[in-house]
Design a protein around this ligand. Sequence first.
Ligand code: DAT
Ligand code: MG
Length: 143
Amino acid sequence: MNAPAVERTLVLVKPDAVRRGLVGEVLRRIEAKGYALVAAELRTADTALLHDHYAEHAGKPFFGPLVEFMSSGPVLAVVVQGERVIEGFRSLAGSTDPTTAAPGTIRGDLGRDWGRAVTENLVHGSDAAGSAEREIGLWFPAL
Ligand code: DAT
Ligand code: MG
């Protein structure tokens, strides 16, 4: 029998959530779900890191505003661990557009469109095993 799939994912509590004092609320939901915090660091990301992090979106119309927003203040970068945590955190986060994200999710309960479309949506979570490994390597090279 296969061992349970313990995974790690990269969560970013984005600058809008940090500014609004929602770090504790986001971490509370992660911990309440039963996931473990492996590493956490509050830092203001530079443009080079964000270009790497969001490489899949380079060239899209929202890429410039996204990088500008993400470098506008500190983010809390967190490595979270647990069985199926990659899809589990995406479920906690809710869909990309906070206005229509389901109630009960981080984005659905705490976010909305403040006039900058869907760019400001409180949290990032890796979307697959490969991107989790890549993103954890970018933000926490020592892990
Ligand atoms: P997610 O963060 O849900 O994985 P994504 O990877 O498609 O979403 O996009 C990365 C981020 O870019 C997203 O969290 C917010 C921003 N974004 C996505 N689509 C956008 C759009 N149409 N306009 C403005 N910002 C957008
Ligand atoms: Mg994504």
